[in-house]
Design a protein around this ligand. Structure first.
Ligand code: CS2
Length: 506
């Protein structure tokens, strides 16, 4: 008996919780980025929407390069389970929203054809911060990126922005039915950002080639912004075993997720949308505020916890936040350095939000790894730290704990000669790892390393590259970590931070 038969039989034979929530007849959504996050987040909201209101909102999932999930999904009738995990136990759901899945790198023309197809009304994206071909140094589409250059020259496109732009050109030529492109990545103003990059791609084409597509964008394409939130660790063999026991069938690709989930979306959909509110999504004009609050308080602090934890030899986020020193640093960075830069969305109680964050990070059953959160720091930190850091510096305050976050990152990813950041740092991956390693190889101390990375490489954008006092502070903390250990650096940053008095702590 094949795995898919198992899942189907299970769908009929077991209680509703393990039957697929829906089985759509047709697809209305093309999703780029078939990773765990999409499968535990958007897929669940879309299932809830169709359960309540029906609609042809099935999802065609496109994995960027890897065949693993696509092959497993085809072997399982496009089904997989989402395991909601807390210390109280694990519950399973099978969303069942996907109507097809394929690998974009293997069939780029098919991505373009689906975007052009009128039955698709929304293209959603979870391609990570790194998937937008954006150059922080120029603040535009990265025209030096070889994939973008090749996509501009014609042929089947391989960059996400190239695929979107070529798909929109084809859709314009095919009659120009309305469409929305919805970014679900952790980027500030992710809708605007995506639109800007798509337009820059089209504008970079030989004159006249994109005029029809640009007029179509003006007339019938929207790029709503959205803030997505759910902690989704990588799948483990242990989870596969646990799911097999609960399900009574093998699932090769279960996705673990925390109980908390949130989605705030701008309600600007050109061709309609699923009733995602049925799954708890919030439609609001304040997405920018939600995004800012989440990317800074949750993600920015998450990075700090991950790097400090890894440097203390700790493998998981709950273990890291369980240390009082790291919890103090986390609270201080949130209150003293991120909160002043955030406009809190209407109706949100920031203290309650913060308390909930500590509970979420402390979810010991989830086993979220410091190495996972610490990976891709070059592209993640760029979203999380420059604006709050610049704001504090502009107000005459040194953001010591943001500097410590960067120092922790550099100590993990670009260790100076003679410093061993430990096993968890060693498994962090990062697109800038080689560039960082060559800077670390020639830098004699933290100050030169920080200058090279922030000042010359401009890893965190053009503005921070000129903030000498901040760069020096990062360098000092790198040296403290190397000479006296991470705890000494935490004490140093905390004692320099005015609001980390007893009264400011909890
Ligand atoms: C994390 C996020 O890996 C990371 O950088 O901060 O993936 C985080 O878990 C999610 O954004 C939560 O919504």
């Amino acid at each position: 008996m094949t795995i898919n038969a198992d899942l189907r039989i299970l769908a009929r034979a077991t209680p509703a919780t393990t039957a697929p929530l829906v089985s759509p007849a047709g697809a209305g959504i093309l999703h780029l980025g078939l990773g765990s996050f999409h499968r535990a987040h958007q897929a669940m909201y879309t299932a809830a929407a169709m359960q309540r209101d029906g609609g042809d909102w099935g999802i065609i999932g496109v994995a960027s390069r890897s065949r693993t999930v696509v092959d497993a999904m085809h072997a399982q009738d496009l089904l997989y389970s989402v395991a909601t995990i807390s210390p109280a136990g694990t519950s399973l759901a099978i969303p069942g929203v996907h109507t097809d899945a394929f690998v974009g790198a293997a069939q780029p023309e098919r991505v373009v054809a689906h975007i052009a197809d009128a039955s698709i009304r929304i293209v959603t994206l979870t391609v990570t911060e790194n998937g937008y071909s954006y150059s922080p140094a120029t603040e535009h589409l990265d025209l030096d990126d070889p994939t973008v250059r090749a996509d501009l020259q014609g042929g089947a496109p391989h960059s996400t922005i190239g695929q979107l732009a070529r798909g929109l050109q084809a859709r314009a030529a095919a009659g120009g039915e309305p469409l929305s492109v919805l970014s679900c990545d952790n980027l500030a103003a992710n809708g605007k950002h995506t639109e800007k990059l798509v337009r820059e791609f089209l504008q970079a084409l030989p004159s006249g080639e994109a005029s029809e597509a640009l007029a179509f964008l003006d007339r019938a394409v929207t790029f709503p912004s959205s803030m997505v939130d759910r902690i989704v660790p990588s799948t483990t063999a242990q989870l596969r075993d646990e799911v097999a026991t609960l399900l009574g069938a093998q699932d090769a690709i279960p996705v673990p997720g925390e109980p908390f989930t949130m989605w705030a979306i701008e309600d600007r959909f050109a061709g309609g949308r699923p009733a995602w509110e049925a799954g708890g999504a919030v439609f609001t004009d304040e997405v920018g505020r939600y995004e800012q609050m989440k990317v800074r308080l949750l993600n920015g602090t998450h990075s700090l916890i991950a790097y400090l934890g890894a440097l203390r030899g700790v493998g998981t986020i709950p273990e890291a936040i369980g240390s009082e020193r790291i919890a103090d640093a986390a609270r201080a960075v949130m209150r003293a350095e991120y909160e002043p830069s955030v406009e809190v969305p209407t109706g949100v109680d920031i203290r309650a939000y913060e308390t909930e964050l500590f509970e979420r990070w402390g979810n010991s059953a989830l086993g979220h790894r410091t190495s996972q959160v610490g990976s891709d720091g070059s592209v993640k930190l760029r979203q999380r730290i420059p604006e709050p850091a610049l704001l504090a510096l502009g107000d005459g305050r040194m953001p010591h704990l943001i500097a410590l976050t960067v120092a922790g990152y550099l100590s993990c990813l670009a260790p100076l000669d003679g410093f061993d950041p430990g096993a968890h740092a060693a498994t962090m991956t990062d697109p800038a790892r080689d560039r960082l390693a060559s800077l670390a190889a020639t830098a004699r101390d933290g100050s030169r390393l920080a200058r090279g990375v922030i000042g010359e490489l401009r890893l965190f954008g053009a503005e921070l590259a000129h903030e000498d006092a901040f760069i020096d502070r990062v360098g000092e903390l790198v040296d403290t970590i190397r000479r006296h250990g991470v705890d000494a650096a935490i004490s140093d940053a905390l004692s320099a931070t005015p609001t980390t008095t007893k009264e400011g702590r909890r």
